[in-house]
Design a protein around this ligand. Structure first.
Ligand code: PMP
Length: 428
Protein backbone atom coordinates (compact mmCIF):
# COMPACT_ATOMS: atom_id res chain seq x y z
CA UNK A 1 0.00 0.00 0.00
CA UNK A 2 1.14 3.56 -0.73
CA UNK A 3 2.37 5.17 2.45
CA UNK A 4 0.27 8.28 1.89
CA UNK A 5 -2.91 6.23 1.71
CA UNK A 6 -2.33 4.41 5.00
CA UNK A 7 -4.33 5.54 8.03
CA UNK A 8 -2.70 6.60 11.26
CA UNK A 9 -3.66 3.36 13.00
CA UNK A 10 -2.39 1.25 10.11
CA UNK A 11 0.90 3.10 10.25
CA UNK A 12 1.19 2.62 14.00
CA UNK A 13 0.71 -1.13 13.68
CA UNK A 14 3.20 -1.17 10.84
CA UNK A 15 5.74 0.75 12.88
CA UNK A 16 5.57 -1.78 15.71
CA UNK A 17 6.14 -4.63 13.28
CA UNK A 18 9.06 -2.77 11.73
CA UNK A 19 10.67 -2.13 15.11
CA UNK A 20 10.37 -5.85 15.80
CA UNK A 21 12.05 -6.71 12.48
CA UNK A 22 14.72 -4.12 13.13
CA UNK A 23 15.45 -5.54 16.60
CA UNK A 24 15.71 -9.03 15.14
CA UNK A 25 18.23 -7.76 12.61
CA UNK A 26 20.19 -6.07 15.39
CA UNK A 27 20.42 -9.38 17.25
CA UNK A 28 22.06 -10.97 14.21
CA UNK A 29 25.14 -8.76 14.72
CA UNK A 30 25.56 -8.24 10.99
CA UNK A 31 28.83 -6.93 9.58
CA UNK A 32 27.92 -5.98 6.02
CA UNK A 33 29.19 -3.29 3.70
CA UNK A 34 27.50 -1.89 0.61
CA UNK A 35 29.77 1.14 0.30
CA UNK A 36 32.58 0.00 -1.90
CA UNK A 37 32.46 0.54 -5.62
CA UNK A 38 35.13 -2.00 -6.23
CA UNK A 39 35.25 -5.32 -8.02
CA UNK A 40 34.81 -8.50 -6.02
CA UNK A 41 37.47 -11.19 -5.60
CA UNK A 42 36.03 -13.36 -8.37
CA UNK A 43 36.08 -10.38 -10.70
CA UNK A 44 39.72 -9.50 -10.19
CA UNK A 45 40.57 -13.20 -10.46
CA UNK A 46 39.29 -13.14 -14.05
CA UNK A 47 42.52 -11.34 -14.93
CA UNK A 48 44.99 -13.45 -12.98
CA UNK A 49 46.65 -14.61 -16.17
CA UNK A 50 48.01 -11.08 -16.62
CA UNK A 51 50.63 -12.50 -14.32
CA UNK A 52 52.86 -14.49 -16.63
CA UNK A 53 51.23 -13.52 -19.93
CA UNK A 54 54.46 -11.99 -21.22
CA UNK A 55 56.32 -15.28 -20.68
CA UNK A 56 59.66 -13.55 -20.94
CA UNK A 57 58.85 -11.65 -24.16
CA UNK A 58 59.26 -7.99 -23.24
CA UNK A 59 59.36 -6.60 -26.77
CA UNK A 60 56.58 -4.31 -27.94
CA UNK A 61 55.46 -4.48 -31.57
CA UNK A 62 58.02 -1.86 -32.61
CA UNK A 63 60.81 -3.69 -30.82
CA UNK A 64 60.82 -1.46 -27.71
CA UNK A 65 62.09 -3.25 -24.61
CA UNK A 66 59.26 -2.37 -22.25
CA UNK A 67 61.39 -3.04 -19.18
CA UNK A 68 63.37 0.10 -19.81
CA UNK A 69 62.70 3.82 -19.34
CA UNK A 70 60.85 6.04 -21.77
CA UNK A 71 57.69 6.32 -23.81
CA UNK A 72 55.77 9.08 -22.05
CA UNK A 73 52.82 8.55 -24.42
CA UNK A 74 52.48 4.90 -23.53
CA UNK A 75 53.01 1.94 -25.85
CA UNK A 76 51.69 2.31 -29.38
CA UNK A 77 49.63 -0.87 -29.17
CA UNK A 78 48.14 0.19 -25.83
CA UNK A 79 47.21 3.58 -27.30
CA UNK A 80 45.49 1.82 -30.19
CA UNK A 81 43.62 -0.62 -27.94
CA UNK A 82 42.40 1.90 -25.36
CA UNK A 83 41.83 4.69 -27.88
CA UNK A 84 39.44 2.33 -29.66
CA UNK A 85 37.45 1.94 -26.42
CA UNK A 86 36.85 5.69 -26.11
CA UNK A 87 36.83 6.61 -29.82
CA UNK A 88 40.15 8.44 -30.10
CA UNK A 89 42.97 7.69 -32.54
CA UNK A 90 46.28 6.39 -31.14
CA UNK A 91 47.72 9.88 -31.72
CA UNK A 92 44.91 11.33 -29.61
CA UNK A 93 45.47 8.80 -26.80
CA UNK A 94 47.99 8.74 -23.97
CA UNK A 95 48.27 5.67 -21.76
CA UNK A 96 49.51 6.19 -18.23
CA UNK A 97 49.78 4.42 -14.91
CA UNK A 98 47.25 2.57 -12.80
CA UNK A 99 44.76 5.36 -12.06
CA UNK A 100 42.66 7.58 -14.29
CA UNK A 101 41.95 9.70 -11.24
CA UNK A 102 45.62 10.66 -11.25
CA UNK A 103 45.31 11.78 -14.89
CA UNK A 104 42.19 13.81 -14.06
CA UNK A 105 43.95 15.44 -11.15
CA UNK A 106 46.95 16.25 -13.34
CA UNK A 107 44.82 17.86 -16.06
CA UNK A 108 43.02 20.07 -13.54
CA UNK A 109 46.30 20.85 -11.81
CA UNK A 110 48.03 21.82 -15.07
CA UNK A 111 45.07 23.92 -16.20
CA UNK A 112 45.01 25.59 -12.81
CA UNK A 113 48.67 26.30 -12.29
CA UNK A 114 50.46 26.13 -15.63
CA UNK A 115 47.69 26.96 -18.09
CA UNK A 116 46.68 24.67 -20.91
CA UNK A 117 47.26 27.44 -23.51
CA UNK A 118 50.28 29.13 -22.02
CA UNK A 119 50.97 30.53 -18.58
CA UNK A 120 48.71 33.56 -18.92
CA UNK A 121 45.77 31.13 -19.26
CA UNK A 122 46.32 29.46 -15.86
CA UNK A 123 42.98 29.45 -14.06
CA UNK A 124 44.77 30.31 -10.82
CA UNK A 125 45.25 33.86 -12.15
CA UNK A 126 41.50 34.38 -11.61
CA UNK A 127 39.89 35.19 -8.28
CA UNK A 128 37.01 32.87 -8.83
CA UNK A 129 37.18 29.41 -10.41
CA UNK A 130 34.09 27.25 -10.72
CA UNK A 131 33.12 23.83 -12.04
CA UNK A 132 29.73 22.43 -12.94
CA UNK A 133 28.95 19.19 -11.15
CA UNK A 134 25.99 17.12 -12.34
CA UNK A 135 24.34 15.63 -9.25
CA UNK A 136 24.24 13.07 -7.88
CA UNK A 137 27.81 12.39 -8.93
CA UNK A 138 31.18 10.91 -8.04
CA UNK A 139 32.63 12.11 -4.75
CA UNK A 140 36.27 11.95 -5.86
CA UNK A 141 35.60 14.46 -8.64
CA UNK A 142 34.19 16.75 -5.99
CA UNK A 143 37.18 16.15 -3.72
CA UNK A 144 39.58 17.28 -6.46
CA UNK A 145 37.63 20.53 -6.76
CA UNK A 146 37.46 21.06 -3.03
CA UNK A 147 41.16 20.37 -2.65
CA UNK A 148 41.97 22.89 -5.39
CA UNK A 149 39.55 25.51 -4.09
CA UNK A 150 37.33 25.26 -7.13
CA UNK A 151 33.79 26.29 -6.31
CA UNK A 152 31.28 23.63 -7.30
CA UNK A 153 27.93 24.41 -8.85
CA UNK A 154 25.52 21.48 -8.80
CA UNK A 155 23.38 20.94 -11.90
CA UNK A 156 20.64 18.32 -12.08
CA UNK A 157 21.43 15.03 -13.77
CA UNK A 158 18.35 14.11 -15.77
CA UNK A 159 17.60 10.80 -17.44
CA UNK A 160 19.27 12.17 -20.58
CA UNK A 161 22.37 13.39 -18.70
CA UNK A 162 23.14 16.84 -17.26
CA UNK A 163 20.37 19.40 -17.65
CA UNK A 164 21.85 21.00 -20.77
CA UNK A 165 19.56 24.03 -20.84
CA UNK A 166 20.85 24.89 -17.39
CA UNK A 167 24.47 24.06 -18.26
CA UNK A 168 24.45 26.21 -21.40
CA UNK A 169 22.78 29.07 -19.57
CA UNK A 170 25.35 28.96 -16.78
CA UNK A 171 28.46 28.79 -18.98
CA UNK A 172 27.21 31.63 -21.17
CA UNK A 173 26.57 33.82 -18.16
CA UNK A 174 29.66 33.13 -16.07
CA UNK A 175 33.21 32.97 -17.49
CA UNK A 176 34.56 31.88 -14.11
CA UNK A 177 33.05 28.45 -14.84
CA UNK A 178 36.07 26.54 -16.12
CA UNK A 179 34.77 23.03 -16.57
CA UNK A 180 32.21 20.31 -16.07
CA UNK A 181 32.53 16.76 -14.72
CA UNK A 182 30.80 14.09 -16.75
CA UNK A 183 30.50 10.32 -16.29
CA UNK A 184 28.70 9.76 -19.56
CA UNK A 185 27.98 6.03 -19.55
CA UNK A 186 26.54 4.27 -16.47
CA UNK A 187 27.30 7.31 -14.39
CA UNK A 188 28.25 6.98 -10.76
CA UNK A 189 25.86 6.56 -8.95
CA UNK A 190 22.74 6.67 -11.14
CA UNK A 191 23.79 4.48 -14.08
CA UNK A 192 22.64 7.19 -16.49
CA UNK A 193 23.75 6.95 -20.11
CA UNK A 194 23.85 10.39 -21.72
CA UNK A 195 21.57 10.74 -24.73
CA UNK A 196 23.00 11.44 -28.19
CA UNK A 197 21.64 14.96 -28.06
CA UNK A 198 23.31 15.60 -24.70
CA UNK A 199 26.65 14.26 -25.96
CA UNK A 200 26.43 16.57 -28.97
CA UNK A 201 25.56 19.58 -26.82
CA UNK A 202 28.44 18.82 -24.44
CA UNK A 203 30.84 18.54 -27.38
CA UNK A 204 29.72 22.06 -28.40
CA UNK A 205 30.16 23.54 -24.93
CA UNK A 206 33.78 24.68 -25.39
CA UNK A 207 32.57 26.64 -28.43
CA UNK A 208 29.87 28.32 -26.36
CA UNK A 209 31.95 28.85 -23.23
CA UNK A 210 35.29 29.78 -24.77
CA UNK A 211 38.89 28.63 -24.67
CA UNK A 212 39.20 28.58 -20.90
CA UNK A 213 36.57 25.86 -20.52
CA UNK A 214 37.15 22.10 -20.46
CA UNK A 215 34.93 19.05 -20.35
CA UNK A 216 36.19 16.34 -17.99
CA UNK A 217 34.68 13.29 -19.70
CA UNK A 218 35.31 10.46 -17.23
CA UNK A 219 34.26 7.38 -19.15
CA UNK A 220 35.14 5.07 -16.26
CA UNK A 221 32.36 2.60 -17.17
CA UNK A 222 32.69 2.79 -20.97
CA UNK A 223 32.46 -0.98 -21.49
CA UNK A 224 30.87 -2.05 -18.20
CA UNK A 225 27.54 -3.38 -19.44
CA UNK A 226 25.34 -5.73 -17.42
CA UNK A 227 22.99 -6.59 -20.28
CA UNK A 228 23.36 -6.94 -24.04
CA UNK A 229 20.67 -4.32 -24.60
CA UNK A 230 22.53 -1.67 -22.55
CA UNK A 231 22.30 1.71 -24.29
CA UNK A 232 25.37 2.74 -26.28
CA UNK A 233 27.05 6.10 -25.79
CA UNK A 234 27.43 8.40 -28.77
CA UNK A 235 31.15 8.96 -29.47
CA UNK A 236 31.94 12.48 -28.28
CA UNK A 237 35.10 12.59 -30.42
CA UNK A 238 32.99 12.58 -33.58
CA UNK A 239 30.98 15.56 -32.40
CA UNK A 240 34.19 17.29 -31.28
CA UNK A 241 35.54 16.89 -34.80
CA UNK A 242 32.30 18.29 -36.20
CA UNK A 243 32.47 21.38 -33.97
CA UNK A 244 36.27 21.60 -33.82
CA UNK A 245 36.27 21.35 -30.02
CA UNK A 246 38.69 18.48 -29.41
CA UNK A 247 40.92 20.93 -27.52
CA UNK A 248 38.16 21.50 -24.99
CA UNK A 249 37.41 17.88 -24.14
CA UNK A 250 39.50 15.48 -22.06
CA UNK A 251 38.33 11.88 -22.07
CA UNK A 252 39.46 9.43 -19.41
CA UNK A 253 39.21 5.73 -18.84
CA UNK A 254 40.99 2.88 -17.15
CA UNK A 255 41.05 -0.87 -16.76
CA UNK A 256 40.51 -0.56 -13.00
CA UNK A 257 37.21 -2.40 -13.36
CA UNK A 258 38.27 -4.48 -16.33
CA UNK A 259 41.40 -6.15 -14.94
CA UNK A 260 42.94 -5.23 -11.57
CA UNK A 261 41.47 -2.21 -9.77
CA UNK A 262 44.79 -1.39 -8.16
CA UNK A 263 47.13 -2.48 -10.94
CA UNK A 264 45.44 -1.65 -14.20
CA UNK A 265 46.17 0.90 -16.90
CA UNK A 266 44.66 4.37 -17.33
CA UNK A 267 44.29 6.46 -20.43
CA UNK A 268 43.40 9.89 -21.65
CA UNK A 269 42.01 10.93 -25.02
CA UNK A 270 42.18 14.50 -26.30
CA UNK A 271 43.55 16.60 -29.15
CA UNK A 272 47.16 16.00 -30.18
CA UNK A 273 47.82 19.59 -29.16
CA UNK A 274 46.52 18.97 -25.63
CA UNK A 275 48.47 15.76 -25.27
CA UNK A 276 51.70 17.44 -26.27
CA UNK A 277 51.02 20.23 -23.73
CA UNK A 278 50.32 17.64 -21.05
CA UNK A 279 53.44 15.70 -21.88
CA UNK A 280 55.55 18.83 -21.47
CA UNK A 281 54.27 18.99 -17.87
CA UNK A 282 54.33 15.25 -17.25
CA UNK A 283 57.97 15.06 -18.29
CA UNK A 284 58.86 16.75 -14.99
CA UNK A 285 57.11 14.00 -13.06
CA UNK A 286 58.14 10.80 -14.79
CA UNK A 287 60.44 9.38 -17.45
CA UNK A 288 57.61 7.15 -18.56
CA UNK A 289 54.75 4.94 -17.37
CA UNK A 290 54.83 1.23 -16.51
CA UNK A 291 55.04 -0.17 -20.03
CA UNK A 292 55.43 -3.73 -18.79
CA UNK A 293 51.92 -3.54 -17.40
CA UNK A 294 50.67 -1.89 -20.58
CA UNK A 295 52.10 -4.72 -22.68
CA UNK A 296 50.64 -7.30 -20.31
CA UNK A 297 47.23 -5.68 -20.80
CA UNK A 298 47.54 -5.68 -24.59
CA UNK A 299 48.60 -9.33 -24.68
CA UNK A 300 45.83 -10.28 -22.26
CA UNK A 301 42.91 -8.26 -23.66
CA UNK A 302 44.13 -8.28 -27.29
CA UNK A 303 41.55 -6.00 -28.93
CA UNK A 304 38.08 -4.49 -28.51
CA UNK A 305 36.45 -7.88 -29.10
CA UNK A 306 38.69 -9.34 -26.39
CA UNK A 307 37.58 -6.59 -24.01
CA UNK A 308 33.91 -7.24 -24.78
CA UNK A 309 34.34 -10.95 -24.19
CA UNK A 310 36.13 -10.29 -20.91
CA UNK A 311 33.44 -7.84 -19.77
CA UNK A 312 30.77 -10.49 -20.33
CA UNK A 313 32.48 -12.57 -17.65
CA UNK A 314 32.30 -9.63 -15.24
CA UNK A 315 28.64 -9.12 -16.06
CA UNK A 316 27.88 -12.79 -15.37
CA UNK A 317 29.39 -12.39 -11.90
CA UNK A 318 27.78 -9.12 -10.88
CA UNK A 319 24.39 -9.28 -12.61
CA UNK A 320 22.93 -11.57 -9.91
CA UNK A 321 24.04 -9.09 -7.26
CA UNK A 322 22.34 -6.20 -9.02
CA UNK A 323 19.24 -8.31 -9.54
CA UNK A 324 19.16 -9.23 -5.84
CA UNK A 325 19.11 -5.52 -5.02
CA UNK A 326 16.56 -4.55 -7.64
CA UNK A 327 14.21 -7.51 -7.12
CA UNK A 328 14.17 -6.84 -3.40
CA UNK A 329 13.55 -3.11 -3.83
CA UNK A 330 10.75 -3.81 -6.33
CA UNK A 331 9.12 -6.43 -4.14
CA UNK A 332 9.43 -4.60 -0.83
CA UNK A 333 9.17 -0.95 -1.81
CA UNK A 334 7.51 -0.86 -5.24
CA UNK A 335 4.37 1.29 -5.20
CA UNK A 336 4.82 2.28 -1.54
CA UNK A 337 6.03 5.83 -2.12
CA UNK A 338 8.92 5.13 0.24
CA UNK A 339 11.64 5.55 -2.33
CA UNK A 340 12.71 5.72 -5.94
CA UNK A 341 15.68 3.99 -7.46
CA UNK A 342 17.53 3.46 -10.70
CA UNK A 343 17.71 0.16 -12.58
CA UNK A 344 21.04 0.52 -14.38
CA UNK A 345 21.97 -1.53 -17.46
CA UNK A 346 25.64 -1.30 -16.56
CA UNK A 347 28.16 0.31 -14.23
CA UNK A 348 28.69 -0.30 -10.54
CA UNK A 349 25.85 1.30 -8.62
CA UNK A 350 22.19 1.59 -7.84
CA UNK A 351 21.09 5.06 -6.79
CA UNK A 352 18.30 5.19 -4.23
CA UNK A 353 16.28 8.26 -3.26
CA UNK A 354 14.39 8.16 0.01
CA UNK A 355 11.45 10.41 0.81
CA UNK A 356 12.92 13.90 1.32
CA UNK A 357 14.83 14.30 4.56
CA UNK A 358 15.50 10.63 5.28
CA UNK A 359 18.78 9.59 3.65
CA UNK A 360 20.91 10.37 6.70
CA UNK A 361 18.47 8.62 9.00
CA UNK A 362 18.37 5.48 6.84
CA UNK A 363 22.18 5.37 6.68
CA UNK A 364 22.32 5.73 10.48
CA UNK A 365 19.65 3.09 11.08
CA UNK A 366 21.50 0.65 8.83
CA UNK A 367 24.87 1.48 10.38
CA UNK A 368 23.49 0.77 13.86
CA UNK A 369 22.63 -2.80 12.88
CA UNK A 370 25.92 -3.47 11.13
CA UNK A 371 25.09 -2.55 7.52
CA UNK A 372 27.49 0.08 6.27
CA UNK A 373 26.14 2.34 3.55
CA UNK A 374 27.88 5.15 1.63
CA UNK A 375 27.55 8.28 3.79
CA UNK A 376 24.45 10.33 2.97
CA UNK A 377 25.46 13.38 0.96
CA UNK A 378 28.60 11.75 -0.49
CA UNK A 379 27.18 12.01 -3.99
CA UNK A 380 26.91 15.80 -3.77
CA UNK A 381 29.51 18.61 -3.75
CA UNK A 382 30.70 19.41 -0.21
CA UNK A 383 28.82 16.30 0.98
CA UNK A 384 25.61 18.34 1.01
CA UNK A 385 22.48 16.76 -0.37
CA UNK A 386 20.03 19.58 0.32
CA UNK A 387 17.03 17.26 -0.01
CA UNK A 388 18.76 14.57 2.12
CA UNK A 389 17.49 11.85 -0.20
CA UNK A 390 20.26 10.11 -2.12
CA UNK A 391 21.97 6.88 -1.09
CA UNK A 392 24.45 5.06 -3.31
CA UNK A 393 24.28 1.26 -3.19
CA UNK A 394 27.34 -0.65 -4.42
CA UNK A 395 26.60 -4.36 -4.79
CA UNK A 396 29.71 -5.64 -6.60
CA UNK A 397 32.15 -6.32 -3.78
CA UNK A 398 30.22 -8.36 -1.16
CA UNK A 399 29.28 -11.99 -1.81
CA UNK A 400 25.85 -12.58 -3.38
CA UNK A 401 24.55 -13.79 0.01
CA UNK A 402 25.84 -10.66 1.74
CA UNK A 403 24.30 -8.40 -0.89
CA UNK A 404 20.94 -10.07 -0.27
CA UNK A 405 21.28 -9.79 3.51
CA UNK A 406 22.32 -6.13 3.19
CA UNK A 407 19.44 -5.14 0.97
CA UNK A 408 16.96 -7.03 3.16
CA UNK A 409 18.16 -4.97 6.10
CA UNK A 410 18.22 -1.81 4.00
CA UNK A 411 14.53 -2.06 3.09
CA UNK A 412 13.59 -2.50 6.74
CA UNK A 413 15.50 0.71 7.55
CA UNK A 414 13.85 2.59 4.68
CA UNK A 415 10.40 1.44 5.76
CA UNK A 416 11.05 2.27 9.39
CA UNK A 417 12.28 5.79 8.63
CA UNK A 418 9.45 6.39 6.14
CA UNK A 419 6.64 5.20 8.39
CA UNK A 420 7.99 7.20 11.33
CA UNK A 421 8.20 10.31 9.16
CA UNK A 422 4.70 9.81 7.74
CA UNK A 423 3.23 9.35 11.19
CA UNK A 424 4.90 12.54 12.35
CA UNK A 425 3.40 14.33 9.36
CA UNK A 426 -0.07 13.04 10.19
CA UNK A 427 0.30 13.87 13.85
CA UNK A 428 1.25 17.37 12.66
N1 PMP B 1 35.81 7.61 -12.15
C1 PMP B 1 34.67 7.10 -11.68
C2 PMP B 1 33.37 7.66 -12.12
C3 PMP B 1 34.73 6.06 -10.75
O1 PMP B 1 33.58 5.56 -10.26
C4 PMP B 1 35.98 5.56 -10.34
C5 PMP B 1 36.11 4.43 -9.35
N2 PMP B 1 35.21 4.38 -8.33
C6 PMP B 1 37.13 6.13 -10.87
C7 PMP B 1 37.02 7.15 -11.77
C8 PMP B 1 38.50 5.68 -10.45
O2 PMP B 1 39.22 5.28 -11.56
P1 PMP B 1 40.73 4.81 -11.45
O3 PMP B 1 40.76 3.55 -10.69
O4 PMP B 1 41.13 4.62 -12.89
O5 PMP B 1 41.52 5.91 -10.81
Amino acid sequence: MHIEQASESELKTRLEELYASYDQLAERKLALDLTRGKPGVEQVSLSDSLDGVLAGDYRAADGTDVRNYGGLDGLAEARALFGALIGTTPEETLVGGNSSLTLMYQVVDFAMNEGLRGEDTAWALNDSIKFLCPVPGYDRHFSICEYMHIEMIPVPLLESGPDMDEVEKLVKADPSIKGIWCVPRFSNPTGTVYSDDTVERIARLPQIAGDHFIVMWDNAYAVHTLYDDAPALAPISEYCRKYDTMDGVFQFGSTSKITFAGAGVSFIGSSERNLSTLKAHLAFQTIGPDKVNQLRHVRFLKDSAGVTEHMEKHAALIRPRFEAVLDTLDRELGGTGMGEWTAPRGGYFVSFDTRPGLAQEVVDLAGNIGVKLTPAGATFPYGKDEADRNIRLAPTFPSAADVQASVDAFVVCVKLASVKQRLAELEG
